[in-house]
Design a protein around this ligand. Sequence first.
Ligand code: 4AD
Ligand code: MG
Length: 463
Amino acid sequence: MEGLSVAQARKSENAGRQAVLQGWVRTRRDSKGGFSFIELNDGSCMANLQIVADGKLANYETEIKQLSAGCSITVEGELKPSPAKGQATEIHASRVTLVGHADPQTYELQKKRHSFEYLRTIAHLRPRTNTFGAVMRVRNQICRSIHDFFQEQGFLYIQAPIITASDCEGAGEMFKVTTFDLARVPKREQEVDYAQDFFQRPAFLTVSGQLEAEIFACSLGKVYTFGPTFRAENSNTSRHLAEFWMVEPEMAFFELSDNMDLAEAFLKRIFGDVLTKCPEDMAFFAEHIEKTTLSRLEAICNSEFVRLSYSEAIALLESAGRTWEYPVRWGTDLQAEHERYLTEEKFQKPVILFDYPRTIKPFYMRVNEDGRTVRAMDVLVPGVGEIIGGSQREERLDILKQRMAEQRLDPESYWWYLDLRRDGTVPHSGFGLGLERAVQFVTGMTNIRDVIPFPRTPGSAEF
Ligand code: 4AD
Ligand code: MG
């Protein structure tokens, strides 16, 4: 007898086979004819497998008729074509074994539908819900597509460190990494004496693997990092996490337009894969979460992204004929209301904005001929806003030094980054895609906390 998943067992070609399945009971219904129907879910797909359990089974009265939502079981039997609607097969049990009981009085996922907010407080059980199971299967597919896309194009997967001494983005707060006893931090002339700390210097959780990826791109050509990144800013929004996953390709000899081409092809590949490889889960999202998600993704795969310079975007916003909560002025960052206008109203598709003012972007972005703008690019999508941030990097030593001085960065601590511009420097570019924002966009889930297994946000790290 062969072990099968529910996803496999539901396929009509498997009718007639003997099989063993294991999972969790969703419901049990007893028929007047002296047998029971049990819906089994094992997470392999959205749908359940229907078990038909005959009253003649030895433990029918003692165990099977006590089964309730959440109980874990093993079932053996024959897969048969099912007369019921919506399922090709069902299993006629020769044996049903209770593995772990769940008390119907206290099991949290009985019949009641919980809000997503409440489900976050029972994060140990929420993977057993339909929505969260679908989110996790789609998230898995996106991770797989990320690797497939880059591997097929000859990129090397590089693991950037999680603990770092450098601040890549220079903007938000970083989490400190220390072994100091916080009640007795060693001091020297009033200042914290980091020489006594584990790394003998201040150390942090990384905000981005980019700087390390640049090192490898400048030796190996095309690389990508993919791992957790951390931001300690106190932003309690539906799009921010303190710990999130970022994939960051970095390519030697790529200019900004090459970078934009790659980002567009990359997103289209992810969206296309999700549509073809997760049809059942995506149909669920279209039905229950966001009606337009399928047509929206299809349209995006089949049309070109808008490419617009920051200055053109400012002009469009100024002439949009409306009053903005945050006034539009060349030199300031775009707010959510501006991004929404561009992607949701004006163009109704993804927009790549490029050539931002140098004053609002990090030190590493390449300065344009005009001296006022840098070769930055942000990909904005309807509903989510910024999903990708990237740039061509400054490869000219003198200008990079100037930019670091401008932003009050200590060149000593970036000596290796500067060195890359001394020894065989090359134009190079890269970008970062926030994995959770991608999952949010694809599924239509409104809160980023509901697309990551265990969300880390200000005041929340229980699970
Ligand atoms: O725009 P960001 O800050 O860019 C970088 O970190 C660059 N070093 C990337 C690079 O060029 N290699 O972040 C990139 C993306 C954003 O567009 C967004 O999708 C996501 O990371 N992101 C967040 N996602 C969730 N929570 C947060 N707090 C995020 N901050 C950024
Ligand atoms: Mg950004």
